[in-house]
Design a protein around this ligand. Structure first.
Ligand SMILES: N[C@@H](CCC(=O)N[C@@H](CS)C(=O)NCC(=O)O)C(=O)O
Length: 199
């Protein structure tokens, strides 16, 4: 059975859990206690040298990084529904996966780390600026479409969703971004959707 190593407050763990649920796949959830530093233990580092969650094990396949895991699960179990393989459509999805490691991480995800976990070394004003930038962009992008790419949800939506939807944890109000709010609601209506704390 698929094993997912994660933590319940980790948005990156959640996006993989959400996708497993949307795919209706059975899996075992293995909690890694980040507060106790379990992710830096020799046993865990042997599984994931990056010392982070999420981590997925599926038979002989061991994969870290939420975006990489979404790509794997979409290709392995999702048919052609969640990820297009032709060069240009694929590139359009990957652009959003990259955004999760860029503007979204620097913006809403950092603001959440600052307010919810008291993370040090975060410039909260810069995080707010980055958040405003990406949320404004997303709101404009979603003004004439239901999903980030194509006429159906893809792993682009699943990857971007958690930290945008969790903006409130970072004291970011989504009210000025009505198209983003409507898109969040559409994702919450998907069959198999599961929430996490804060959503
Ligand atoms: N690029 C990774 C980032 C994963 C990540 O930042 N995980 C956090 C929890 S959301 C973590 O494990 N933090 C502990 C650490 O980095 O020491 C992904 O997208 O999965």
């Amino acid at each position: 059975m698929i094993k997912l190593y994660g933590h319940e407050l980790s948005g990156n763990s959640y996006k993989v859990r959400l996708f497993l649920e949307l795919l209706n796949l059975e899996y075992e959830w293995i909690r890694v206690d980040l507060m106790k530093g379990e992710h830096k233990s020799p046993e865990y580092l042997a599984l994931n040298p990056f010392g982070q969650v999420p981590l997925l094990i599926d038979g002989d396949t061991r994969l870290a990084d939420a975006q990489a895991i979404l790509v794997y699960l979409a290709g392995q179990y999702g048919g052609d529904r969640w990820l297009a393989l032709e060069p240009l459509p694929l590139a359009r999805v990957v652009r959003w996966l990259s955004t999760t490691a860029g503007e979204i991480r620097q913006g809403p995800e950092s603001a959440r780390l600052y307010h919810l976990f008291g993370a040090t070394g975060i410039d909260i004003d810069r995080a707010y600026q980055k958040a405003e930038y990406i949320l404004t962009l997303l709101d404009k992008h979603l003004s004439d479409r239901e999903w980030l790419e194509f006429d159906r949800p893809t792993i682009a939506d699943i990857a971007v969703f958690p930290y945008v939807a969790l903006s409130g944890d970072g004291k970011i109000d989504l009210a000025p971004y009505p198209n983003v709010v409507a898109w969040i609601d559409r994702i919450k209506q998907l069959p198999g959707y599961v929430p996490m704390a804060g959503l």
